[in-house]
Design a protein around this ligand. Structure first.
Ligand SMILES: [Cu+2]
Length: 256
């Protein structure tokens, strides 16, 4: 559980108020901050409630304080200063959280903010009921293969109806809209197979509209990508693809 609440250092080692890193790390950070503050508020509220209940208990008529008479205002609240203090504190916390989360989400949503040399581009085309991935060299595949640790920029569109492209484990999700392109990005830190799903009800086959994201080691990816380059070796690429796919399946079977 404690491992889930991961704070700095993040992916690129930049520390600061607004978290940076992979999407998974950023969302983990938001979750961690909200969880901590939630626990803090719970402890303060419940603690103060118990303290007040004890302090103002019915002590068989004997009180440590002077209870207000009928028609009198309570004097213990410090002329409303306690109320003002608690209201101001709540307002400051809420406003800060809103601003901080907004700043964090701006970073996540703006894919130019993660623009760096170590990135690649893939086009994603959704259609009833499958996903197609198009690489810069024109190679098309129904499986998205990416190298680990690299920023992957996706340009997502659809050929027919509204879809939503999403990979829950990588915390990436964006609309696939016919005639439009939406951009998003992700970084996968660990090799393995992740599931792409459609998150917009798009017809009878919606639930089956899945695909695999295969995160490969850098060198493995490079040689695979090289093999997709020339049409002459496309059959070899396909068989390499198949063997890679079957090993993916084995990984999956082992995982389940
Ligand atoms: Cu769909």
């Amino acid at each position: 559980m404690l491992e889930q609440i991961r704070f700095l250092p993040l992916h690129d080692g930049v520390s600061g108020l607004i978290p940076r890193g992979t999407r998974a790390e950023v969302f983990q950070q938001i979750f961690g901050v909200f969880l901590l503050l939630g626990i803090l508020v719970t402890v303060v509220v419940i603690g103060y409630m118990l303290y007040t209940a004890y302090r103002y208990r019915d002590g068989n008529g004997t009180h440590e304080f002077d209870p207000p008479k009928l028609g009198e205002l309570p004097t213990e609240s410090g002329d409303g200063r306690k109320l003002l203090f608690s209201f101001s504190l709540s307002a400051i916390i809420v406003v800060s959280l809103v601003l901080w989360t907004y700043g964090t989400l701006l970073y996540v949503e703006d894919d130019t903010s993660v623009e760096n040399q170590d990135s690649m581009q893939v086009e994603v085309v959704g259609s009833q009921f499958n996903w197609e991935f198009v690489y810069p060299n024109g190679h098309e595949s129904s499986t998205l293969r990416v190298p680990e640790g690299k920023t992957v920029h996706l340009t997502v569109t659809s050929t027919d109806v509204f879809h939503t492209f999403g990979v829950p484990e990588l915390r990436v999700k964006t609309d696939a809209i016919p005639g439009q392109q939406t951009d998003t990005w992700f970084v996968a830190d660990e090799t393995g197979t992740y599931e792409v799903r459609c998150f917009e009800l798009c017809g009878a086959g919606h639930s089956y509209m899945t695909a695999d994201v295969v995160v490969m080691e850098r060198s493995e990816y490079e040689s695979w990508y090289e093999s997709t380059n020339s049409p002459a070796t496309s059959s070899t690429a396909n068989s390499a693809n198949d063997s890679a796919d079957s090993s993916d399946n084995q990984t999956k079977t082992r995982a389940t």
